[in-house]
Design a protein around this ligand. Structure first.
Ligand code: 3HC
Length: 302
């Protein structure tokens, strides 16, 4: 694997400076992980409140590392200083890679990425952290689709090793190599996957979550299902997992997979996740989902 990563590092564009679009949970986690591994990052969001949330996410992660004894306090300051927050794209012409982590909406992504092409250099790699949208669909209006690739991180970004690198039909081998090498430099385990709704992980995860909502619709208690799956050996049960991922994100991934593979997945009509979305209970990020988190927004439900 190391040999393979070295080859990608040779063939890709070295990432010495990066940028992240979107300062939500994922954007903040990606910016933090990049800065921690020595690649300074510009984090852009159009909303000041989102920038503050992204920085708060990075601060939380830094405090966690210092608390765990993994990072010396003086190094923590340097990592924090390596994250610049901004509401425009100043300095984007000097970055080697931009990771987009904005809302999971095809039209918005297309519009924002097409505009981004005007702010970056001609060789800058643009990666989307989309959880399930096809790279070819997002790339449709781009002038330089060869520079565009998927880089799908998992939540919580600092601890989840996997990154799916998605090769669109027009993505250049150099862009794939850049994404693989950058993910490896961030301490991650990159895998290259073909383009298609849900890529690899969400094609496996979605039927599992669908089976869970089916169980709940049949009358199962979600907490008991969580206890069972945790006793079975999984790190967290499906309800807690949805709270961590975000109910809105989970519902969107489901829609993409259901539309992409209509013969393979049967949606559950009376669906606990949709009920929670309609109630604005998106999970940990809104203080409650299946469980309540008001006392400790990132804490465990029990
Ligand atoms: N942020 C950063 N670090 C965290 C964290 C968080 N939110 N939660 C826990 N950690 C760290 C802890 O600090 C600890 O680190 P240490 O070893 O240095 O002390 C380590 O993770 C283990 O933490 P805990 O002992 O407190 O808790 P757990 O043993 O329950 O582990 C977990 C937490 C790693 C999050 C584990 O529960 C897990 O792996 N859960 C599954 C998460 C998952 O499946 N994510 C993917 C979601 S799907 C997705 O994102 C894709 C999208 O497209 C839908």
């Amino acid at each position: 694997v190391k040999k393979l990563h070295k080859r990608h590092a040779r063939e890709g564009r070295p990432v010495a400076r990066a940028a992240v679009l979107g300062a939500g949970t994922m954007g903040g986690g990606i910016a933090f992980t990049s800065a921690l591994r020595g690649v300074p990052v510009r984090m852009k969001d159009i909303a000041q409140a989102a920038l503050e949330q992204g920085l708060a996410e990075a601060d939380k992660q830094l405090a966690r590392q210092v608390r765990n004894g993994r990072l010396k306090p003086e190094k923590a300051q340097a990592v924090r200083a390596a994250i610049t927050v901004q509401r425009d794209e100043a300095g984007f012409d000097e970055v080697d890679c931009v990771i987009e982590a904005i809302v999971e909406n095809l039209d918005v992504k297309r519009r924002v990425l097409a505009a981004l092409e005007g702010s970056v250099g001609p060789g800058t790699v643009i990666a989307s952290n989309t959880s399930s949208l096809r790279i070819d669909d997002i790339a449709q209006p781009l002038a330089r689709p060869e520079n565009f690739v998927g880089m799908h991180f998992f939540n919580p970004v600092p601890v989840m090793p996997l990154v799916e690198v998605i090769r669109g039909s027009r993505t250049s081998p150099q862009a794939v190599s850049t994404a693989v090498a950058y993910a490896a430099a961030m301490g991650k385990v990159p895998i290259v996957v073909q383009d298609g709704p849900g890529f690899l992980v969400n094609r496996i995860l979605t039927p599992y979550v669908n089976a869970f909502v089916q169980l709940v619709a049949d009358g199962a208690d979600f907490e008991q299902v969580d206890r069972a799956m945790e006793a079975f050996g999984w790190p967290m049960g499906p309800a807690y997992l949805q709270d961590v991922v975000g109910m809105d994100v989970g519902a969107h991934v489901f829609d993409v997979i259901a539309a992409g593979y209509p013969a393979r997945i049967r949606p559950v009509e009376r669906n606990a996740i949709r009920t929670l979305v309609a109630a604005g209970r998106f999970g940990q990020k809104t203080g409650g989902g299946f469980y309540d988190y008001e006392a400790d927004p990132a804490g465990k439900p029990r």
